[in-house]
Design a binder for this molecule. Structure first.
Ligand SMILES: Cc1cc2nc3c(=O)[nH]c(=O)nc-3n(C[C@H](O)[C@H](O)[C@H](O)COP(=O)(O)OP(=O)(O)OC[C@H]3O[C@@H](n4cnc5c(N)ncnc54)[C@H](O)[C@@H]3O)c2cc1C
Length: 398
């Protein structure tokens, strides 16, 4: 085949959304030799001041696109001192931080660092900021996205990685409202120097009635990320995200382990998020359009898997699309969806279940504690998963 004929066959992918899901997918697709353009609505690529926990199932994929060293450098690897505690500080159980082989690739990361690592790894010109997608259409072998600024992008495939409020999702499946969990999370970062000797290598969670509190290090331990999960009041139900009041946050956890009070005493600003997910979708794909990350499967944060699953999605998509030509791209998207839908739905469901454990909806706390300890098995299986061999098998059968 001549170079021109070969280039004609390379699938051109348009990704809408430059969050962790869209940017990782772009890296994975480029590593597999596809043409990619990313369109992000914000005027610049960036993220909120909060943490995200990366686990071996996604770090394995970040390593495959050459980003493992950057993650290890910018992150904070958490280790064997990671623990669950009762609200009074009594230890419950260790936290699973490795896969079954004992590979410790669990990192607390600043979200901005993850986005920076992913976006700077892309060749210049791939990311187009200031493009808010407002429409999608497809005809024959052409898929088009329309943007609010009047631009139109044209490709063989469109990947909607535009988050829980996805603008493109209704082109795949009828619109529906996300499901409110009844909880909100207060999130933020505290300089480690202000709370030293707080551990810089431990993921720690405290569990109490209808609330739980999480802290883990990010940025090589310079900062400690905290998240306080509490029941929502009426006002919070109305807003997806809004500045929170540190004094209210401190009151929510008054009387808990003194370590929490010491950390919260240093909080000057905090942000709160209402926690929503969606029921698993019966389909993610319509012709040349497919969904990825939170656009496909928003989940509650009680397994810390939303971003990790988005990264698995991106690697699966790239592995499968690499084997497709332009005419075969829709079949490849359906194969990607089939491979991912069941695993992600199981993680979505388990995130809900785990939230009930974390919020201690149990008459007998000893039962909760036993379940928390036993949950390490689920995490080992989650972390052992490597999406690539399965995706290769699917691609080979196309
Ligand atoms: C409290 C909390 C804690 C969490 N902790 C973890 C954790 O520890 N580990 C983990 O794995 N996950 C965690 N998550 C989940 C994780 O944050 C999400 O699952 C993940 O960020 C999803 O990435 P995404 O790229 O799919 O979507 P998003 O991060 O929402 O990115 C979507 C992007 O699309 C852009 N966009 C939206 N609409 C348009 C449009 N019309 N046109 C163009 N661009 C558009 C947005 O600006 C954004 O940049 C947590 C979530 C919460 C709420």
């Amino acid at each position: 085949m001549s170079d021109d004929a070969h280039d004609q066959q390379i699938v051109h992918v348009i990704i809408v959304g430059g969050g962790i899901g869209g940017l990782f997918a772009a890296n994975a697709l480029i590593a597999h030799g596809l043409n990619v353009a990313v369109y992000e609505q914000a005027p610049a690529i960036g993220e909120i001041g909060a943490g995200v926990f990366l686990t071996p199932n996604s770090v394995r994929q970040l390593e495959r696109v050459g980003l493992g060293a950057a993650v290890a450098r910018c992150g904070a690897r958490v280790g064997r001192e990671s623990r669950y505690f009762r609200d009074d500080g009594t230890p419950i159980a260790p936290v699973q931080v490795t896969d079954s082989a004992g590979w410790n690739a669990t990192f607390g990361m600043h979200r901005a660092d993850v986005v920076e690592i992913l976006s700077t790894a892309l060749p210049p010109g791939v990311v187009h900021t200031g493009h808010r997608a407002i429409g999608f259409e497809q005809e024959g072998e052409v898929a088009k996205v329309r943007f609010a600024n009047g631009a139109v992008a044209q490709g063989d495939v469109v990947v909607a990685a535009d988050g829980i409020h996805s603008e493109l999702r209704p082109f795949v499946f009828p619109p529906s409202r996300p499901v409110f969990s009844g909880s909100v999370s207060y999130r933020g970062l505290v300089a480690h120097a202000r709370i030293a000797p707080w551990p810089t290598d431990a993921w720690q969670m405290w569990l109490g009635k209808a609330k739980h509190f999480l802290a883990f290090p990010v940025r090589a331990g310079e900062l400690i990320n905290y998240v306080g999960f509490v029941p929502a009041d009426a006002e919070m139900k109305e807003s997806w995200s809004a500045p929170g009041d540190p004094a209210v946050l401190r009151r929510e956890f008054a009387g808990w382990d003194a370590r929490i009070a010491r950390l919260l005493a240093q909080v000057e600003t905090t942000f709160r998020w209402a926690l929503y997910d969606r029921e698993p979708l019966p389909t993610w794909t319509h012709g040349r359009l497919t969904l990825l990350g939170d656009a496909a499967h928003p989940m509650l944060p009680h397994l810390g898997q939303g971003a990790n699953q988005a990264i698995e999605d991106g690697m699966a998509l790239a592995t499968i699309l690499k084997r497709a030509d332009r005419a075969g791209a829709p079949a490849a998207l359906l194969a990607y969806e089939r491979l991912r839908r069941e695993r992600v739905a199981a993680v979505q469901r388990e995130a809900r279940e785990n939230g009930l454990r974390y919020d201690s909806f149990y008459a007998d706390l000893a039962v909760r504690d036993a379940e928390i300890a036993a949950h390490a098995d689920f995490r080992r299986r989650l972390y052992d998963h490597d999406v690539v061999p399965d995706a290769q098998a699917v691609a080979a059968s196309l």
